[in-house]
Design a binder for this molecule. Structure first.
Ligand code: CAA
Length: 258
């Protein structure tokens, strides 16, 4: 029987873990793998017992990009028809925080998948790059856009024009990843971070994620107005009443997620 293309675990309270599982192809992101990943994330997003998610691969490869064998002979119409990139949009619709736990190759679509997550924990052996130029194409799932917004124009140009690859330490220095940890520890570190986020006020966590993402897409005045409205809206939650009462009563809050 074929191995499942994604493996699902619950490594800690409130945390859902999805592992990309095509190790022989270095987790090349083919249609079944991307559909499996997106279906799993959507399911976890609906599951009230999960408050933060982690996506990981293997120690050798987070993902070595979109599956080249799947697209090598395709026409533009076929690429559209198989929703080659369009299926990635489902990740943008996930409301709960998503952490990428990255080790080894994060190339092409693998780098773009990590960039589409909310936080990145990297192992010392992680390598980030957009080598699509070597295939006669450009990044298609956010590489030029998210990298430019994250590490700036100069470095992005080098990465997409000349296959400049970043070590984990460089990626941390340029603000692409949140932290770098020894390869033996990166998954535990990501799960610990996810547990900490999962223990926080859930509705506020979703609003915080949403508002930060809006910052990347709107002029400042619009973003500030959006943030202010979200802030006011949270006063309709029980968690806001509980959080502020707990502070005033000098006790730990008990979040209800409503
Ligand atoms: N698609 C399909 N198969 C891939 C793959 C990919 N992106 N990356 C690796 N594989 C497969 C290899 O074909 C090989 O399979 P076989 O054993 O059946 O030959 C297996 O994974 C192991 O790979 P290598 O033997 O090449 O391993 P290596 O250690 O020598 O090299 C590597 C590792 C540097 C990551 C190299 O595999 C590589 O350069 N891969 C392609 C990276 C790439 O170009 N990614 C961008 C893809 S395009 C894209 O992602 C578009 C987008 O924006 C969405």
């Amino acid at each position: 029987m074929d191995e499942p293309v994604v493996l699902v675990e619950r490594p800690a309270a409130g945390v859902g873990l999805v592992r990309l599982n095509r190790p022989r192809a270095l987790n090349a992101l083919n249609g079944p793998l991307m559909d499996g990943l997106m279906d799993t994330l959507a399911e976890m997003d609906r599951d009230s017992a999960i408050r933060c998610m982690v996506i990981t691969g293997s120690d050798r490869a987070f993902a070595a990009g979109a599956d080249i064998s799947e697209m090598a002979q395709a026409t533009p119409a076929e690429m559209i028809e198989m929703a080659f990139i369009a299926r990635w949009e489902r990740l943008r619709a996930i409301r709960k925080p998503v952490i990428a736990a990255v080790s080894g190759f994060a190339l092409g679509g693998g780098c773009e998948l990590a960039l589409a997550c909310d936080l990145i924990v990297a192992s010392e052996s992680a390598v980030f790059g957009q080598p699509e130029i070597n295939l006669g194409v450009i990044p298609g799932a956010g590489g030029t856009q998210r990298l430019a917004r994250t590490v700036g124009k100069a470095l992005t140009m080098e990465m997409v024009l000349n296959d400049r690859r970043l070590t984990a330490v460089e990626a941390e220095r340029f603000g692409l990843v949140n932290r770098v940890v020894p390869t033996a520890d990166y998954l535990d570190a990501a799960v610990t971070l996810a547990s900490q986020i999962a223990a926080r006020a859930p509705v506020a966590a979703q609003a915080a994620k949403d508002a930060v993402n809006v910052a990347l897409e709107t002029p400042l005045a619009v973003g500030l107005a959006y943030e202010r409205n979200q802030f006011y809206a949270l006063f309709s939650t029980e968690d806001q009443k509980e959080g502020m009462a707990a502070f005033l009563e000098k006790r730990a809050p008990s979040w209800q997620g409503k």
